[in-house]
Design a protein around this ligand. Sequence first.
Ligand SMILES: Cc1cc2nc3c(=O)[nH]c(=O)nc-3n(C[C@H](O)[C@H](O)[C@H](O)COP(=O)(O)O)c2cc1C
Length: 184
Amino acid sequence: MLKPVDIESGVLHRFPEALALIVSKDQSQKINLCPIGYFTLIAWEPKTWVIGLYEKHYSTKIISETKEFVLCLPSVEQAKDLLYCGSISGRKVDKTKSISLKFTPSSTVKPPLVEDSIACFECKVVQQRVIGDHVAFFGQIVMAYESGKNWRQKLYNWDNKKIGTIALGDKFNEISFSPEGAIE
Ligand SMILES: Cc1cc2nc3c(=O)[nH]c(=O)nc-3n(C[C@H](O)[C@H](O)[C@H](O)COP(=O)(O)O)c2cc1C
């Protein structure tokens, strides 16, 4: 029998949640990387991702200004770098200096693709909406790429502090992040 629960506890049932790594490029040409769990394909024709970014993230500022991003589906080998990118804001640091991810130029947008991702998508923002404390960016896919890796190597968020794969669900990493902390 279903019983009422507080909403914050209820939404924990969404895990495991697929992860995406959002790549943007600011006006000074600095590449910024932001892992997210809030994303889904929202339209089939034309194929469009919607991503939910906290209003105070640096990525939110960049994408509001540039109207483009790259969405990559990260692989398990990228877990450590993904956690680093989710623990600090790019407002003050250049995250690319502290990670081993490699980049390759995109065809139609300025932010680059991340090599060894499962897949990457070049997206142009066609709409954006403020939803509470997040901004929903609707990114129409203009180019798609795949690496040959499959879902077994895809990274999931298992709860707010653990990530792993579906196939190797015991491979968790403890992390510490908070959107508030990340903007300092
Ligand atoms: C596993 C994981 C999932 C996350 N999901 C989201 C998300 O869906 N939306 C969001 O705004 N931030 C999310 N974050 C937090 C941001 O990645 C983090 O605050 C980041 O440092 C923001 O960077 P920026 O200020 O350079 O854009 C997540 C972090 C991690 C580690």
